[in-house]
Structure formats: structure tokens, C-alpha cells
Write a protein that binds this ligand. Sequence first.
Ligand code: TYM
Length: 337
Amino acid sequence: MRVVSGIKPTGNLHLGNYLGAIRQWVVMQDDVAAKGGESLFFIADLHGLTEWIAPEELAGHTIEMAAALIAAGIDPARSILFNQARVPQHSELSWLLNNVARVGWLNRMTQFKDKAGKNREGASVGLYDYPVLMAADVLLYNATHVPVGEDQKQHLELTRDIATKFNQDYRRELFVLPEPMVSTEAPRVMSLRDPGAKMSKSNPSEQARVNLIDDDDTIAAKFRKAKSDADVLPDSVAGLADRPEARNLVTIYAALSGSTPDAVLAEFAGQGFGAFKPALADLAVATLGPIRDRMLRLLDDRAEVGRLLEAGAERARALAAPLLLDVQRTMGLQVST
Ligand code: TYM
């Protein structure tokens, strides 16, 4: 069993990342250790370059994201935690896989269409090619499981298509087909202002997302002001079918408390948001507050966080090197041992 996943260095872990992915990483880290496998988690700083970012900002965000992951429970002793740019095999494999991936496959990627918007001609080639680098991230370690939020599923299907075509073209079962592991509790946390949009770093309103770095009052205020409706809560999830705001808030409550939406509704049925939102705010502060405090303590010594990443990169390079060599030889490249 080998678990691999990554996160972009956006400077801020938000509740969607945390509930959709990072909490799963922490759980899987223990499962994998128990089964004698490896888990690798990385800050996707090369993916961070696909849209303009000032160099000092990218470097700072990478350290901040690493601190957030450690604070959330990723243990750099049990998991291999590193930043992608320090393992050059990611870029090398990405180029090799560019020759396996098809333009038609990339043209179907919805994330590119969303991010490039109307300005497709002005988008970077890196933004277009982003999913191939992501495939390289996963295939480089022959990952068996990739824990992600729902929005990354399409990229992982592409990864499987690339691996399958490579294995067919070169008549070798070189790559393992990775399984996406999408969180069942919170596959898609939605914006607190617009339940039609996922919670993301690019939401125009700061009120739309809860950031790990937010102080207690800010977290509580964002939940108190979250969009909801005037009805009372029903006694089962079926009653939330046409109430996307309510469904999102109940899902968040269930995920934060480690329970199910039906169990949450059994507790709050018949009550309105005047009672539910303060309870949700308290729960979020109790869960996220200690993670934020740990992260801020880690950031008192940024150089130490950098050293932890470098130690992880060394371990990752050792795992990546033989597989890359195998791919290069398989493709007919003259490489020395
Ligand atoms: P990124 O940085 O956008 O997000 C990191 C993880 O958080 C999940 N996520 C969410 N889950 C639920 N609800 C939300 N609102 C929400 N927003 C984000 C994402 O699904 C993701 O799992 N391309 C990836 C990073 C990456 C990667 C990889 C992931 C690069 N290489 C290889 C896996 C394997 C990304 O941009 O995630």
C-alpha cells in the first residue's frame, strides 16, 4: 500500500481542504504505517507556478502549508513530507508522460476551463499541462491510493488513462493504476456565501471560506453569517434535498464532529439556524483553534520547517529515482545507472 497526495501552496489551508483531504491523509498515514507501506504528502509548489505568483510569496506559502499539514496531524517521521520542486523526478516524468497523454484528453479537463475562463489564449502552457504533472506526481511512486476531494477525481481518471496507455504502448505493466479515495464525509465543502460554488481559495469573498489561520472570533462570525434559510431543520437528510445552504452546514457539522448528517439532524430537528449556527461555530472553533495554534507555533521557526521538508525530499528522491530510471530505459532513452 502506498498513499500519495498533494496540496497547492496557497498560503492557507481552508476548511474544504481540511475536511475533504487532509483529515483523510492523517487517518491513512496510520493505516499505512500499520500495514508497512509508505505515505507521501507534498506541497505542489510546481503546480503553484501555473498562475502568476511573486517568488517570495510562493516560498512563504510553501513553508506555511507545510506547517499547517504538520499541525493538522501529518507526522514527518511517519509520512514523507516534502515540496515537489525538491524532487526533480516529478518534472522529468511529467515530460515523459506528456508524450503519452493526448491533447483531446487534456481538452476535457474542467478545471482548466474554469481557471482559464475566457482567456484561454492567455493561459500558461503550465496551466493546461497541469494534470500531466499531477499524473507524474502519483505514478512516480506507483501510488496505490490517492486521497483527494471530489474536484480532483477527473485528474485522477486522466492519471489512470495515462498509466494504461503507457503500459499498453510499451507492453509492460510498469505503472500501477492508482485508486482515488474521495472522502465520504465531506467530498465537496461548499462556499458559505454561495452553495453553488465549492469552498476555495479563489472565492471572491473572504466570508465564503473558513481559513485555518482565522482567529476564533473570525471563524465564529463566518459561521454566524453563513447563508442559510428561514426553515427549521428536518429530521433526516431527505428533507434537505432542496436546501443546499442547510445541507452544506449540516455536512460540515457532521464532518467536524465525526458523526453523520442523520445523527446531527436527530439532535437538531425542529430547531432553526438561530440555534444551529452558534453550535456549529463553537464546534468549528474547538476543532480548528488548536490546529491553528500549533501551526503558528511551528511558524516561529520557519527554518526548522524547511529542514523537515528537505529531509522528506531526500527520502522521496530515493524512492523516485529507480522508477524514473526504469521508465527512461523502457522508453529507449540512453541513461547511465
Ligand atoms: P488543492 O490544493 O486545490 O486542494 C488540496 C486538496 O483539498 C481538496 N479540496 C476540497 N475537498 C472538499 N471540498 C472542497 N471545497 C475542497 N477544496 C479542495 C482537493 O480535492 C485536494 O484533495 N491538483 C491538486 C494538488 C495535487 C495533487 C497531486 C493531488 C498536485 N498533485 C497529486 C493528488 C495527487 C490541487 O490543486 O489540490
